[in-house]
Design a binder for this molecule. Structure first.
Ligand SMILES: C[S@@+](CC[C@H](N)C(=O)[O-])C[C@H]1O[C@@H](n2cnc3c(N)ncnc32)[C@H](O)[C@@H]1O
Length: 291
């Protein structure tokens, strides 16, 4: 839905949910009234309906509220709050203070602009939770040391940069990130700087070929890739150029029902992918070199 809105030129959007019920999400979009009279708004509904139908969903009623004389950017920012994820991560809008009750968490400071990756979307959360799980597993295996210590991470389709930043917070040494959307590249660079990671996170405009170039022949230990399944399928033949044979990939952006097809595509390429988690209809797969 966010992509479709982007195509329609609607870039001021926010996905919000109450921290206690992450499954119930509300999509809020801000449109200039002059550009979107009643007839145009009807057309917007018609443009979104087929998209919902693709996923077997009915589009919920659209509600319109006039926003008076107010700074839009401030208005959409009000929809984000401190958002705990998993046991020890916290997504914190860059403009908020750290709430004392979350002081023990690792803070991912975010100002996503219009890039994907506020942390509200189930696929982002699945990746963050899997990243935390991986960090805990490795941390306890190394006697409680820095969990992702020394890992070189490749973030393919970085959006706001949220996943790479979460990896760095958990001890990864470097992140190479790419996105085909220039707004995402800017958001990732800005967010990395907010967290003081500008020297350890490198981001460029492009896709898997650009990423392989950035890694300079030293393939990553961890590949993060949260993109729709058909795009993952198209990128999969190049995974070996960015992920080392002993590395791990976290793939999301896929619907659970698309997992078997992705497994079929990945197997002849030498990869095994296991569906390990899901939230509503979205799935997360862990990728390893086939034995
Ligand atoms: C679902 S968002 C994920 C953003 C972020 N990684 C997260 O988990 O929230 C997918 C991102 O992939 C980017 N993208 C789409 N196709 C791509 C491609 N072929 N190569 C690189 N990035 C791509 C989009 O612009 C978008 O920012």
């Amino acid at each position: 839905m966010l992509w479709k809105l982007g195509e329609l030129g609607i870039s001021r959007v926010a996905l919000s949910h109450r921290p206690e019920s992450p499954q119930e999400r509300q999509l809020v979009a801000w449109l200039p009234e002059a550009d979107w009279p009643e007839a145009e708004r009807q057309q917007l509904r018609q443009a979104l309906e087929p998209l919902a139908a693709t996923f077997g969903l009915a589009l919920p009623p659209l509600q319109w509220q006039r926003q008076l004389d107010e700074d839009w950017s401030l208005s959409w920012k009000q929809h984000w709050q401190a958002d705990p994820v998993g046991q020890r991560l916290l997504i914190l809008p860059a403009w908020l203070e750290l709430p004392p009750e979350h002081a023990h968490r690792l803070v991912i400071r975010m100002d996503p602009g219009s890039a994907f990756g506020t942390g509200s979307h189930p696929t982002t959360r699945l990746c963050l939770e899997a990243l935390e799980g991986l960090a805990m597993e490795r941390g306890s295996a190394s006697g409680g040391g820095a969990a992702l210590a020394g890992m070189r991470v490749a973030d393919l389709g970085c959006g706001s940069g949220i996943l790479g930043i979460a990896a760095l917070l958990q001890g990864a040494s470097t992140v190479a990130a790419v996105d085909t959307d220039s707004l995402a590249v800017r958001a990732t660079a800005d967010n990395a700087a907010v967290s003081g990671f500008q020297d350890r996170l490198q981001v460029r405009l492009g896709s898997v070929e650009e990423l392989a170039g950035m890694l300079e022949g030293r393939r990553a230990d961890l590949l993060l890739c949260n993109i729709l399944a058909p795009v993952i399928e198209a990128l999969a033949p190049a995974f070996h150029t960015v992920l080392a044979p002993g590395g791990v990939g976290l793939l999301s952006g896929l619907l659970v029902q698309q997992a078997p097809r992705l497994q079929q595509v990945l197997r002849p390429l030498g990869w095994e992918a296991e569906l390990t988690a899901q939230q509503s209809q979205w799935g997360l797969m862990v990728l390893h070199k086939a034995r």
